[in-house]
Design a protein around this ligand. Structure first.
Ligand code: HEM
Length: 405
């Protein structure tokens, strides 16, 4: 006899959920830790221990069926698809990850800090004299794309086009798992950009990480066109959207916790811990999708090979079983030993050190240059996606200051 669900409606595409998903997440953890959505056909794991174990156990919870619910497919690679390491399991994944991991080590990332600070201040300069602006449109939207493009070797004149396409890719319609045409157009635009870019680079000098990838080999052979495209698209999407959202989420959360904002302004050493708490408390990535490779039983539920499973990071990071009785509180003084904001195991976020540094630098500069910023909470506009939390618009006011550049 298998257990059943106690009528919890969890649909990650429902806009109504996005305002406060954490009430539903708590019910999932407490009442249906292995929850089945019968309309959209997927399981959800929400307890910290289960999500961590599923991230670790790639043999049972495979990435090869896609890591986005709406892009799921049978666990096999179709020739002609662009092939991304985030959708491979070890051992295939291991060789691809090794190719690029050295670029994102702590030491390499630390060496980029001055450049990143310059980029952030360039965008803050565009609003600092006015005393008002939109955090997302003016600063946090543009700057991470500049950073990842600099790593990849993509020239400044191409970045606006890539950003516009990347911004479309994650947009979803209310309650629907259908990928909207605008999102498909964004993806096609990006793929076409890189097809042209790679063609232009072949046979000539080629900058940045893309230049390196054209020279590198996996299993004694050069990367195929689809593998190169896979890397380019993965880096642009992973490097831009999550970090953009994380920095704006931090400013929005601090503005609703004035005591904690004052504490961070008084002691900038609290900034790295604040970023860590935002990654735990309100992560820009809410879940990752996996596909079961065999039948298993969890919490009295029979789960079948081929079934979809969401690893609900957002719920796991609020689990009292891991974070104690204050798990549902935002606290910049908390120093969580571990959270799942960057995933866990083989696919642990490759850009974690970069994202942490970008977040630290951006928050340091915002608070240094506009410490009295106030968010216009009535005018802010939520970004709706199925697994990315953040803001489309976050208007602020502050005392004007001088440009730096
Ligand atoms: C706040 C910012 C970020 C968050 C919350 C985040 C979150 C995540 C998560 C949860 C995963 C695990 C995926 C899985 O297990 O299926 C992941 C993987 C990844 N992230 Fe990030 N990420 C962020 C920033 C970045 C940045 C700046 C980069 C730029 C290089 C990046 C590149 C990647 C890549 C390449 C992977 C795939 C790693 C692999 O398959 O081995 N991420 N990220």
């Amino acid at each position: 006899m298998t257990a059943t669900d106690p009528g919890i409606d969890y649909n990650p595409y429902a806009f109504a959920l996005h305002d406060d998903p954490y009430v539903t997440y708590k019910r999932l953890r407490d009442e249906a830790p292995a929850h089945w959505n019968p309309e959209l056909n997927f399981w959800t794991l929400s307890r910290f221990g289960d999500v961590l174990e599923a991230f670790r156990d790639f043999e049972t919870f495979s990435s090869a069926g896609g890591v986005a619910l709406e892009a799921r497919r049978p666990v096999s690679h179709r020739p002609g698809e662009f092939h991304q390491m985030i959708e491979m399991d070890p051992p295939d994944h291991t060789a691809f990850r090794k190719l690029v991991s050295r670029v994102f080590t702590g030491r390499r990332v630390a060496a980029m800090e001055d450049e990143v600070r310059g980029i952030v201040n360039h965008y803050i300069d565009t609003i600092i004299e006015a005393g008002r602006g939109d955090v997302v449109l003016d600063v946090t939207g543009p700057f991470p794309m500049d950073v990842i493009c600099s790593v990849l070797g993509i020239p400044p004149e191409s970045r606006d086009e890539l950003r516009a396409n990347a911004d479309q890719v994650l947009v979803r319609e209310d309650g629907s798992m259908e990928i909207p045409q605008a999102a498909l157009d964004g993806m096609f635009g990006m793929v076409q950009y890189f097809i042209d870019d790679l063609a232009g680079r072949r046979g000539g000098p080629s900058e940045g990480l893309i230049g390196d990838l054209l020279e590198l080999e996996v299993d004694g052979r050069a990367l195929t066109e689809e593998e190169l495209l896979g890397f380019c698209i993965l880096f642009v999407i992973a490097g831009h959207e999550t970090t953009t959202k994380m920095v704006a989420n931090t400013l929005e959360l601090l503005s609703r916790h004035p005591d904690q904002l004052a504490a961070v302004i008084a002691d900038p050493d609290l900034v790295p811990g604040t970023i860590e708490e935002v990654l735990r408390f309100h992560n820009s990535t809410q879940y990752m999708h996996r596909t079961l490779t065999k039948d298993i039983e969890m919490h009295g539920r029979q789960m079948k090979a081929g079934d979809s499973v969401l690893l609900l990071i957002g719920a796991a990071n609020h689990d009292e079983r891991e974070f104690g009785p204050t798990a549902e509180e935002f606290d910049v003084h908390r120093t969580p030993d571990r959270h799942l904001g960057f995933g866990y195991g083989a696919h642990f976020c490759l850009g974690a050190a970069l994202a942490r540094m970008e977040g630290k630098v951006a928050i340091e500069e915002f608070l240094r240059r506009m410490p009295d910023y106030e968010v216009d909470h009535d005018a802010k506009v939520r970004f709706h996606s199925s697994n990315v939390t953040g803001w489309t618009n976050l208007p602020i006011r502050f005392t004007p200051g001088p440009r730096q550049g």
